[in-house]
Ligand binder design. Structure first.
Ligand code: PMP
Length: 418
């Protein structure tokens, strides 16, 4: 029998099973719902479906034999250390190597301010955990990374989206929103931003806006959480200067080896002002005691012995070719009235459908035609975004991308005729 829970929700079911515990979860668990991206994985992974949905890095492009040798060597030489517990802050040598990586984006950091995390996803979780009480405001680009929105929702934050365009967050919109929220008595805890090759919109915050946004946040006393997993994957050479580089005290920078090496190691990091760093380490220890020393040493060994900059170049060239395949196919095949962003790096294109079409309603038909994408609504905390979709070009080979876009264009065309 369906029942009402304390939170006024009918009993939830998981697939065909009724969840008998629905009345007993903490209030925060009501915010823990499967993202649309997650629900899609099962469908999109069927071999006949061209998946433009997932954001999986193309790890096949790594020298897997070299990685294998490196891991075997690590166990042979340093097994007792690699297989032991480690410190909550992370391996000191790896933290120094992380500082070298960040220097490519103009950051001068002390390794003592780095906390190694289980991917940058855990860094997001820890930052949210130490700052957010239920109802606190987090500002985020609209659209925003679905995994961050899931974390924010789990900690019962109120997410307020800031408008963005092809050049990133619009500073005026940020300033106005901060003013309005403060006037209404809200507690704004931080601005969450993915300034480079944003997930999902593919856009990059331009240089002059970077200065403006730092200035607005500094004046308003709003911390910035700069999430930058794609920063080294620019197709036009060089990388943008990180926000953190110009404001060490006002920015928590999150980085990751998931896209420049491999997500399977689950090694990311946070670079934070001292006091925040201390809280992050305590939160980290209470979450997982210590991070995998094995993974950290393997990544450290990779950075010390392999031409990692060359590998990143290989990834950039590969993703650039795929981006070109997608943009070329969209240009050639999409029906009039569709628009899309032109990313200069990273994994994603953000497409907008003609007025009147709804990407979520379109998805079942697209899957029937063997192509998958992520509907735009998953990237907004308020459920808006129904005319948008995220198309990723990171995983399928160029020919498959063209085929996927051909199928998608056909589905949209049919829908427009109805
Ligand atoms: N931030 C953004 C913007 C992402 O796109 C992702 C992965 N898709 C993450 C954080 C988390 O990555 P990881 O935990 O693998 O470092």
């Amino acid at each position: 029998m369906p029942q009402e829970s304390d939170h006024g929700q009918a009993i939830a079911s998981h697939g065909s099973r009724i969840d008998a515990y629905v009345d007993r979860y903490a209030a925060r668990a009501t915010g823990m719902v499967a993202s649309e991206v997650r629900a899609l994985f099962a469908v999109a992974s069927r071999p006949e479906v061209v998946s433009l949905a997932g954001g999986m890095p193309y790890v096949t492009a790594l020298p897997l034999d070299v990685v294998g040798e490196l891991v075997a060597d690590l166990v042979a030489r340093r097994g007792p250390v690699a297989l032991q517990y480690g410190s909550g802050q992370g391996d000191p040598h790896l933290r120094e190597q992380i500082c070298d990586v960040m220097s490519l984006e103009g950051i001068e950091a002390n390794s003592d301010d780095v906390v190694v995390t289980v991917g940058s996803q855990q860094a997001l979780d820890l930052v949210t955990r130490i700052f957010i009480d239920p109802g606190d405001v987090i500002l985020a680009e609209g659209p925003s990374y679905v995994g961050a929105l899931g974390t924010f929702s789990a900690y019962q934050a109120k997410v307020v989206h800031i408008s963005m365009d092809d050049e990133g967050i619009i500073p005026e919109s940020l300033a106005q929103t901060i003013y309005a929220l403060k006037t209404a008595g809200n507690r704004i805890k931080f601005l969450y931003t993915v300034p480079n090759f944003q997930n999902p919109a593919g856009v990059t915050l331009n240089v002059s806006r970077r200065a403006q946004i730092l200035d607005i946040c500094q004046r308003a006393g709003v911390l910035i959480v700069e999430d930058n997993p794609y920063g080294l994957l620019g197709f036009e050479g060089g990388s943008m200067r990180a926000l953190r580089a110009d404001c060490p005290d006002g920015v928590v920078y999150l980085g990751s080896f998931s896209k420049t090496l491999a997500p399977g190691f689950r090694v990311g990091w946070a670079l934070a002002p001292h006091a925040i760093r201390d809280k992050l380490v305590l939160a980290m220890e209470s979450a997982v005691l210590s991070h995998s020393v094995f993974s950290q040493l393997a990544v450290g060994q990779y950075l010390a012995t392999q031409p990692w900059r060359e590998q990143i170049k290989t990834f950039r060239e590969l993703y650039c070719e795929r981006r070109d395949a997608m943009l070329g196919a969209l240009e050639a095949m999409m029906p009039a009235g569709c628009t899309w962003t032109r990313p200069a790096g990273g994994f994603f294109v953000w497409a907008t459908l003609p007025e009147g079409l709804d990407s979520k309603a379109l998805l079942p038909r697209a899957v029937a035609e063997r192509v998958a994408f992520v509907p735009g609504t998953g990237f907004y905390a308020d459920g808006s975004g129904s005319r948008h979709m995220r198309l990723s070009y990171c995983y399928p080979e160029p020919e498959r991308i063209r085929e996927g876009v051909r199928r998608l264009a056909g589905v949209i065309e049919q829908e427009l005729r109805v």
